[in-house]
Design a protein around this ligand. Structure first.
Ligand code: FES
Ligand SMILES: [Fe+2]
Length: 318
């Protein structure tokens, strides 16, 4: 759809932190290749993969030396900001000898990259919550055959909630699309659902769900779903893969507990919740199989919020 970036400036999941050590590793975001490596000081770094000299991919044979990465072909050394610090047997450093570098963050054992030279906002988290009060699961993948922003549009698509998810609104949803990088929506509904575990949840915790979604940059969806005493915390990162294929990385969280039973419950529940959310999100993605979201194909009454969201989204990346 016109006006939407194929690869936005945004935060994306690199993978579990432990995957990245001193050995440089390749990472691909749509058609952009990166090299990820940990320097001697323990810090994680991300740079464009190809050496500015003759283009060798530093993820294949590059070596970490102190806090630098060294190209395997002629030994040029690059500092973590991408500037060339040394070329063997000469002091002449050409102006082009510079590799673009990218901000990275690590949180709860997961590594993230900002696709741009400088992040427009910090790695997002649940509103009014501190990351240190939570523990997180490893990322779980979901695959889509639609534009990367399709799953986010679903959050504003009330008719699909009712029709496809069997959720009955009990009062008007609340929206805030007034800020450039962040959009907010809150839905209130009665859970009828379609999965066996939804029935179980209903029996144990009740039927009324409050779903709060905070969307950063149109690709990071922070969802807090509350059903009685049960709260599901999930952050989804929608990522373009190629053509109209996309992937969403889901990271589940639970509030930390300071007693051993709570600790054990978290250890058991985190992967279970993550697996169930992966199943729901994969079904959600399959619903969108080959979907093309266009603002000239929206229903004038039913799709008002989808249309407003798409306007916000265009403006966010303008
Ligand atoms: S290609 Fe990297 S130093 Fe020559
Ligand atoms: Fe859906």
């Amino acid at each position: 759809m016109a006006g939407f970036p194929t690869l936005p400036k945004a935060w994306f999941v690199l993978g579990p932190s432990k995957k990245f050590g001193k050995e440089p590793t390749g990472f691909k975001l749509y058609n952009k290749k990166f090299v990820i490596f940990r320097t001697e000081d323990g810090k994680l770094n991300a740079m464009r993969a190809n050496c500015p000299h003759m283009g060798v991919n530093l993820a294949c044979g590059g070596k970490v030396k102190g806090n630098r990465i060294v190209c395997p072909l002629h030994g040029w050394e690059f500092d973590r900001d991408g500037s060339c610090a040394k070329i063997p047997s000469t002091n002449v450093i050409p102006e082009f000898a510079h590799i673009p570098s990218f901000p990275v963050e690590e949180r709860h054992g997961v590594a993230y990259i900002w696709n741009g030279p400088k992040a427009d906002y910090p790695l997002p988290f649940f509103p009014d919550e501190a990351p240190e009060d939570f523990e997180g699961a490893k990322p779980y993948e979901v695959h889509q055959t639609t534009s990367w922003f399709g799953p986010v549009v679903n959050a504003f698509d009330i008719q699909h909630f009712i029709y496809s998810h069997n959720r009955i609104p009990i009062k008007d949803s609340e929206y805030d699309l007034s800020q450039k990088n962040v959009a907010r929506v809150k839905h209130f509904y009665k859970l009828v659902g379609k999965y066996w575990f939804e029935e179980l949840l209903r029996k144990v915790f009740g039927q009324i769900v409050e779903l709060e979604a905070t969307i950063w940059g149109g690709n990071v969806i922070i969802t807090k779903s509350t059903l009685g005493k049960f709260t599901n915390y999930m952050i989804s990162y929608c990522t373009p893969v190629e053509g109209r294929k996309a992937r969403t990385d889901l990271v589940l969280y639970r509030k930390k507990s300071n007693n051993p039973i709570g600790w054990l419950v978290n250890k058991i529940m985190l992967p279970i919740q993550a697996k169930l959310c992966q199943k729901i999100f994969q079904d959600e993605s399959d619903e969108l199989f080959e979907a093309i979201i266009r603002d000239d194909r929206l229903h004038p009454e039913n799709d008002v919020m989808v249309s407003k969201y798409l306007n916000w989204f265009k403006n966010c990346h303008a």
